[in-house]
Design a protein around this ligand. Structure first.
Ligand SMILES: Cc1cc2nc3c(=O)[nH]c(=O)nc-3n(C[C@H](O)[C@H](O)[C@H](O)COP(=O)(O)OP(=O)(O)OC[C@H]3O[C@@H](n4cnc5c(N)ncnc54)[C@H](O)[C@@H]3O)c2cc1C
Length: 508
């Protein structure tokens, strides 16, 4: 334990819980302030309205969670979650259907559960740490500052309930993890700080989720079915999977705001018929017993703040999770990105201990930006395929059209190799990048480009060649370096080990 005294975390969502656990290694006292009364069992709550919908943790996030909450995955499974590393996967897209795509490495565990159960398991762990306390049914309403307003010294709070009592809580560090509804920009404005223009992805996305009971007659016969979207043809994405115990979920998604997935049971069942692999999904859904939903969720924008550009960013203040950068949830990145950000803060705190530097908080924000750049870019590239989706920001997003065409051809070849030659190498390479384990530079690569540009003059190949603009393979890498952003993904020993394990499993 160091000389750092007290930290306050705003919000007991997933980002807040991971952050509080991480901070407990550095601070004598950590207090989580949460506006909700926290349930005494795994249950959805008002402050996180998205918790009705599926929440999957990507492998990179699972790795970080396992570090901060060792054995959390086994605990989830003991409470009814499904050990999805043992499950069969079926994946369908415009290039065909792959069945029995079990996880590449079954020694890496990741469980499928409801968001409520995951939050419950993490919260129980955090609550058992002596120097972490919870202040619930209490809303943070503003920031306390030093006289010169250069430092944040605590927060103003208001109890929720009959008497709405107001109070102040001092802290050496305040971390805002209040999610999409965070009020940080308003609070900064109140102390005279204006924030830079954020990047906004005008995504206009819609979810609709329906839950079913799995009858005992088909308990073990099936696994997760993921059907990808085809924005050009207006085909939605869908997913049918086991959540926990005998509950399954079926999700429909599209972006672009054209026609959202229906929340009417009959229309919902009808819309399933227009997915890829619809025969398989319909056949499975027909055997399940509907019991909740369909319920919708709509998001008009994903927002990436650029607080790191503020030279006058105050000391004693950080922000992470959806409050810092929010994502289209279909890519399953939000909780993993929050975990990456918490891990980045920990690395910075370690370095600060050894070599204290001025403007520590701004440096942390900058490092977090670098760490989340691949997630933001990859999900934007995917969403910008939908008509009506638009990126707005201080600068144009790099490499979007080229990346979309590259991914199309790569996906086509990956599906072909996996189904016709039982070679899953390309398939898992793409999976690992989307899981935020493999840096994009290992996927967008001259030698891979040379390999995939061998598709007998297909439409995908011609489109990619047109974007590329050079014929000579010797120039491919140089061209990629010009087109694709240069990511500075932090690649530590743990990720390398996980990557090696996956690559070893792929070579079998
Ligand atoms: C429909 C949908 C599906 C999703 N699916 C996935 C998925 O599959 N995988 C994935 O990784 N992510 C998914 N996400 C994203 C995920 O929910 C978030 O990225 C993740 O939970 C991290 O969010 P957070 O902790 O920053 O915010 P939240 O989880 O929203 O938590 C914020 C907390 O702050 C509290 N709070 C807010 N304001 C105050 C205040 N002033 N004072 C005190 N407390 C306050 C709230 O009550 C809440 O508890 C999904 C999101 C949506 C909308």
């Amino acid at each position: 334990m160091s000389e750092l005294k007290k930290a306050v975390v705003i919000g007991a969502g997933i980002a807040g819980l991971i952050t509080a656990r991480m901070l407990s290694d550095y601070y004598d006292e950590v207090c989580i302030i949460e506006r909700d009364e926290l349930p005494s069992e795994p249950a959805n709550r008002q402050g996180v309205p998205q918790s009705f919908h599926p929440h999957r943790v990507l492998p990179r996030g699972g790795l970080i969670l396992e570090h901060y909450f060792p054995g959390y995955n086994d605990e989830l499974v003991a409470l009814g979650a499904i050990p999805s590393h043992e499950e069969k996967f079926m994946i369908a897209n415009r290039y065909g259907t792959l069945v029995n795509m079990a996880n590449a490495d079954s020694s890496f565990k990741i469980a499928s559960s409801s968001r409520a159960l995951l939050e419950w398991v993490l919260r129980q762990r955090v609550q058992s740490i002596d120097h972490i306390s919870f202040l619930t049914s209490t809303e943070v309403t503003g920031l306390m500052t030093s006289e010169d307003q250069r430092s944040i010294t605590g927060v103003y709070t208001k109890e929720r309930g009959r008497d709405n009592r107001e109070a102040m809580l001092t802290a050496d560090m305040v971390i805002d993890a209040a999610g999409r509804s965070c009020k940080l920009i308003r609070w900064l404005d109140k102390i005279g700080l204006s924030v830079p223009e954020p990047e906004v992805l005008k995504v206009s996305l819609g979810y609709s989720t329906r839950y079913y009971k799995i009858p005992s007659s088909i308990q073990n016969d099936w696994g997760t079915v993921i059907t990808e979207s085809d924005p050009v043809q207006g085909i939605r994405a869908g997913m049918l999977w086991r959540i926990e115990n005998d509950i399954a979920g079926l999700l429909l998604f599209n972006a672009g705001g054209d026609e959202y997935p229906s929340t009417q049971p009959d229309e919902f069942q009808e819309q399933i018929k227009h997915l890829f692999a619809s025969d398989e999904i319909v056949a499975l859904a027909d055997q399940l017993e509907p019991f909740q939903g369909p319920r919708g969720y709509r998001i008009s924008e994903s927002v990436r703040q650029h607080f790191e550009l503020m030279e006058n960013w105050p000391s004693g203040l950080l922000v992470l999770g959806d409050a810092f950068c929010s994502f289209d949830p279909i890519h399953g990145q939000g909780m993993t990105v929050a975990a990456i950000e918490a891990e980045t803060i920990a690395k910075c705190l370690n370095e600060q201990r050894m070599h204290p530097e001025p403007q520590f908080e701004r440096q942390v924000l900058l490092r977090m930006q670098q760490a989340i750049e691949p997630a933001w870019w990859l999900s934007s590239v995917a969403d910008l395929r939908w008509k009506g989706v638009e990126h707005v920001g201080p600068s144009r997003m790099k490499g979007v059209a080229f990346a979309q065409k590259y991914i199309n051809l790569f996906t086509k070849q990956a599906m072909k190799k996996a189904s016709q030659e039982n070679n899953k190498h390309l398939f898992f390479t793409q999976f690992l990048m989307n899981a935020l384990i493999l840096p994009p530079s290992e996927y967008f690569k001259g030698e891979i480009l040379n390999m995939i540009l061998n598709d007998n003059g297909s439409e995908e190949e011609m489109e990619l060649r047109a974007e590329l603009g050079v014929q000579d393979p010797e120039l491919f890498q140089q061209r990629i370096d010009e087109i694709i952003p240069s990511f500075q993904l932090e690649f530590d020993g743990q990720i390398k080990k996980l990557l090696e394990t996956f690559q070893h499993a792929m070579s079998k």
